[in-house]
Design a protein around this ligand. Structure first.
Ligand code: CA
Ligand code: CA
Ligand code: CA
Ligand code: CA
Length: 322
């Protein structure tokens, strides 16, 4: 059996590294917020600037954006930011207006809205609508897209099949720019310098196109689409970071339709590989309930390229022209 696995991995072009038996992280669940109906999105950042990390969340069913204040010992107190943000699907937090406190951005599917809540410095938040006609807004992210030092906003609209960004003119007056209007049932957006060439590029996931894609910024915010995956069934979510520590950013995706979390490795503009979970002695097994306790995520968290942590984790090649 071992020989077959070695053969398989050899066929797949793998190098079987010596297993690294690093300390295995053990995760213990602590409930932060309960009865947060149809909790849909979460992010962590020091909201109140007291050096501990707080939590922000969006609840689809409660139409709510909230944050949980950390007392420094991970005892959390909930504060509602907005309780009338219909089908709140996504939340992110960053200092939008550059006054050093952390503000909140959100997407409301039911209100077709992208909004931000301004922090007055004492965590009293005032809502500002950025766009109220972004149909079935499902994802939001914020970063300085055009490198003019102010924070811009990105969104994905399922109803408009659209990935867009809103340019901040420096005083939180925003102008919308469409990046792609034919990205069917766009569900997720993220932005990072993919190549990297110093400018911010954009990533998206489209449910009906079964697609993960990125749009290359030419430095003047003219975006050219590059497809990463087109048969990633009901692509739901996209994220990007340097998973394997080789200096370039890789792409992570969640596929609703094939019950899969995948890694698209950026291997120097040539190919990428999709990570699937294998159980020792059995065939490839997609992770139906990927979670932090899976050997796979442990491998990613540990930065291991190949790991044997409760199961065998192997790489499968997947085309990705970087
Ligand atoms: Ca804090
Ligand atoms: Ca601020
Ligand atoms: Ca900017
Ligand atoms: Ca770039």
């Amino acid at each position: 059996m071992k020989a077959r696995w070695l053969l398989l991995m050899s066929v797949l072009g793998l190098t079987l590294a010596t297993p690294v038996y690093a300390a295995t992280p053990v995760f213990t669940e602590h409930t932060i917020g309960s009865q947060f109906t149809e909790a849909h999105s979460v992010y962590a950042i020091d909201v109140d600037g007291d050096t501990d990390v707080d939590i922000v969340g969006a609840a689809w069913g409660d139409n709510e954006i909230a944050w949980w204040e950390n007392d420094g010992s991970q005892n959390f107190t909930k504060h509602t930011i907005d309780a009338d943000f219909k089908k709140a699907g996504s939340v992110h937090a960053i200092d939008v207006d550059g006054d050093t406190d952390v503000d909140i951005v959100g997407a409301a599917w039911g209100d077709n809205e992208i909004a931000w809540w301004e922090n007055d410095g004492t965590q009293s938040f005032t809502k500002h609508t950025i766009d109220a006609d972004f149909k079935q807004a499902l994802s939001v992210y914020a970063i300085d897209v055009d490198a003019d030092t102010d924070v811009d906003i990105l969104g994905a609209a399922e109803g408009d099949d659209e990935i867009a960004w809103w340019e901040n003119h420096g005083s939180q007056n925003f102008t919308k720019h469409v990046i792609d209007a034919t990205f069917k049932k766009a569900r997720s957006v993220y932005a990072i310098d993919v190549e990297p060439d110093g400018d911010i590029d954009v990533l998206g996931a489209a449910k009906d196109d079964n697609e993960i894609a990125w749009w290359e910024n030419d430095g003047g915010q003219n975006f050219t689409k590059h497809t990463i995956a087109t048969s990633f069934n009901e692509a739901q979510s996209v994220y990007s970071t340097d998973v394997d520590g080789d200096g370039d950013v890789d792409v992570l995706g969640a596929s609703h339709g094939q019950d899969e979390i995948a890694l698209f490795e950026n291997s120097g503009h040539t190919t990428a590989i999709e990570l699937v979970s294998f159980s020792a002695g059995r065939g490839p097994e997609h992770l139906s309930e990927p979670g932090l306790n899976s050997p796979w995520s442990i491998a990613m968290l540990s930065g291991l390229s190949v790991a044997c942590l409760g199961g065998l984790v192997a790489w499968r090649r997947k085309g990705f022209a970087g």
